[in-house]
Every structure is written in structure tokens, then in C-alpha cells.
Design a protein around this ligand. Sequence first.
Ligand SMILES: [Zn+2]
Ligand SMILES: [Zn+2]
Length: 445
Amino acid sequence: MTKKLLLLALAAMTLPTASQALPAADHAALANAINADMPQLMALYRDLHANPELSMTEVRSPAKLAAEARKLGFTVTEHVGKTGVVAVMKNGPGPVLLLRADMDALPVVEQTGLPFASKVRATARSGVETGVMHACGHDTHMTSWLGTARRLAAMKSQWSGTLVMILQPGEETGEGAKAMLDDGLYSRFPKPDYVLAFHDAAALPAGVIGVTPGYALANVDSVDISVKGVGGHGAYPQTTKDPIVLASRIVTTLQTLVSRENDPANPAVVTVGSFQAGAKHNIISDEARLQLTVRSYTPEVRKLLLDGIRRIARGEAIAAGMPEDRMPVVTIREGEFTPSTFNTEKLSARALALFTENFGPQRAIKTPAVMGGEDFSRYWLADKKIESLIFWVGGTPKAKWDAAGGDASKLPSLHSPFWAPEAETVIATATEALTITALDILRKG
Ligand SMILES: [Zn+2]
Ligand SMILES: [Zn+2]
């Protein structure tokens, strides 16, 4: 080997690649420290699980976690975006990393049978009194958030930069990220170069991490269609315009948006989830109401679907001979829109390499995009120069996963009253994954 080649080889060996960010001994020390913290973290998890709070009414959970972050030396601001928390730790020069957990639970009556199952009841926005449950696993997110904050505070000498740890309200209603950004998340606090989060997953066995580079979750639109008719006696249809028949045609024609108008290579969903009309056998009503969920990844497909819905509703009404003043009214609920989530290529690849190195290839896999929605997308959309990643951490107990032959459709999904993730595995895995990614991003120069 020539001297030059030898130097090149030595240089290559000392290049800071992702896998060398944390020496093996430190990996073991980190895993041990998380293990030692697990009894405390599980006590917190059970407490959060038993005391769930609906979207934008989170009070107890943020207060509890804000107090914990203060003890660790973070500068903590509460009530950002109504009930959000921002905990900042400045630790020398380097990038700004934002780490996010969401806090809200769902109007679901828990049926897991767990000893710490929620018995909480509340009035949902619809006015209906309901049970409340952490059916999306945001309690595992909050617990891992604190687990990660503890590790990064304890390992302060091993990183350099600024850590912005946020607790976000109202993810399920698509409001919380927007509320925090509108309340100055990127102006009152250090603006991030990186944003990072995880979500527990029912479609992966416990402890398996899934990374989806690129589009990971969908644009989610809620659309209402009020289909007008001309009501009358069911025995004399000739004197009426039947909105049930018209709305049925609209529902059927809507199916052609995805099957005939959209490029099959671009995912899209149009689901009519609610169809309400009429009160009695022999009355033709004067209105039918449809509620749709409309999903896509790109702005182009979103536009094709929303424009198509307006056109089809109007076109079918014209075909039915409806007068101009009785045209269907299509309302796109912009306030409830969740934009699609994009995981940037660089950070996705870097994290997947880190997870593979740390957990082994069996526990770190690439996962396909899904049509669910997440308002985590907004942290990247606010400035696309930011590197952004939300990854999955599997929560389905391995024995149940194997019994179902790995078919997630046979198992409780997120939002199910039966969703009981193997919380200990989710929290330990997520805490470790978030911590090693943070240490890699904030490595000392
Ligand atoms: Zn959810
Ligand atoms: Zn969720």
C-alpha cells in the first residue's frame, strides 16, 4: 500500500459515518440507562393512560411533563398554541433539533380490559357524552418524549446544539401543529434545522421500527355535500325531485374519480362515510347529506379529487333536472385539512442506517406509505429547508402478531377500543431511537 493510499484508508476510517456516531460501549450504556429508567417511565405511562384528555383540552398531561422537563434543566414555556409546551435546552453551537410528541386522546370507550384502563368520560365536540381513551397511543409518545429528554439531559457533555422538545395538543383534530406554529413556535423559540417524531404502530410487531422515505402519510380532506331536492309525497314522485336518488348517483359517479380519472400510479381515496336523508317511508325528503373523506399525497391529486367532487355533484344535479337554485352545495372543510407528511430523503436514510446499526436489520425496516394523516407534516411545510422525519415503532405483541400470521387486518388497529400496545417495548425502543438520532444530529463537531 502506498503512503497516499494508506492515508486515504485512514481518512476513510475516521470519517464520521452514521454508524460511528456513537461507539458501541456508549450504545450499551444508553440501553442500560433507559432500562434503569423504565419502572419510572412505565408508572408515568400508566398514569397518562388512565387520565386521557380530548384534543385541545389537554391540561393535566402537559402540566405534569412540563414540571419534569423543568427539573431536567430545560427552559419551559407552557400554553403555546393553547395547551402546547415548548422545552428548550441550549447546549453550545450546532444545529437546532425539534423533537415532538402529541398529547391528545380520542372519544372512544376503552375495552382493553387493562388494569389501568381509562374510565374517563367527557363531552365530545359533537355534544355527545363519550368515554375517552388513548386509542392512538399518544401516551407512549409523551412517555418516550420524557425518556428521551432525560437521556439527552444526562448526556449533555456528548452533544452540542439546541434541543427544542415540544408537546403538541390536538393532533387528532388536525389543529395542534398549526396552533403552535401560529403562536410563534418558529419565531419565539429557536427555529429548527431538523424535526423528529415517532408514532406507535399497530401494523408492526412490538419493537420493530419502520421508516418511510418520501411521502409517508396522506393529505386528508373532509368534504360535506348537501344534495338539495324538492320534497313531496312518496306516491307522487313526478311532483318532486328526489335527493336520495340524486345523492345515490353522486356516490356512484364519485367512484370513477379514483378508478377512471386519476393516474393509478398516484394513490387516492374517496370514501363516502355518511349518507343521511329522509324520515319516513312515504315522504320524499328535500335534502340528502353526504360526508366524505378524501385522501391523496400530492397537491395535484388533491386538486383533481376536490375539483372532480364539485363537478360531479353539479353535473349529476343537472342530469336530474335540478333547477339552478337547488344545485348541491359542496363544502370542503379547510379548517380540518391535514396536509400530507413528507419524510426528507437525507434524514430518513440517516435514521434508517442508525436504527439498523443499533437494533439490527430485523428491527429496522423500510415501510410503505399509508393513507392515514398526521399534522406533523406542518412543521416541515412551514419551511421545506428543514430535514423532517416521523417514524413508526411497532406495538403489537409478538405472540399476537405471529398468531395472526403477520396479517394486521386481523388485529386491533390504532383508534380501536381494543388497541393495547406492548407499551414497555414501544417506549424503550422509541426512547433509544430518538436519543441516538438526536445524538447523531447534534454530534460534536
Ligand atoms: Zn390517531
Ligand atoms: Zn396518533
